[in-house]
Design a protein around this ligand. Structure first.
Ligand code: ZN
Length: 68
């Protein structure tokens, strides 16, 4: 069993799911090295978590490669 590489939110240190890493890259730039969970990203961008969830769905529908 290989050790699973986990990525953590740079703010609250919670473990991130793939979609949230992809969302950070999509909204903050592909070259970022620190990622936010959806809650901290919403705070950072001063929007609602629900808005970001909608964005994730939209990016998936668009077939964005980051979300595959
Ligand atoms: Zn966080």
């Amino acid at each position: 069993m290989g050790k699973k590489k986990e990525t953590f939110c740079c703010e609250c240190k919670c473990a991130l799911v793939k979609d949230h890493i992809a969302l950070s890259k999509k909204l903050l730039g592909r070259n970022i090295t620190q990622f936010y969970c959806i809650t901290c990203l919403a705070k950072f961008l001063e929007c609602e978590v629900g808005d970001l969830e909608i964005k994730i769905m939209e990016f998936k529908e668009q077939g964005c490669a980051l979300f595959l």
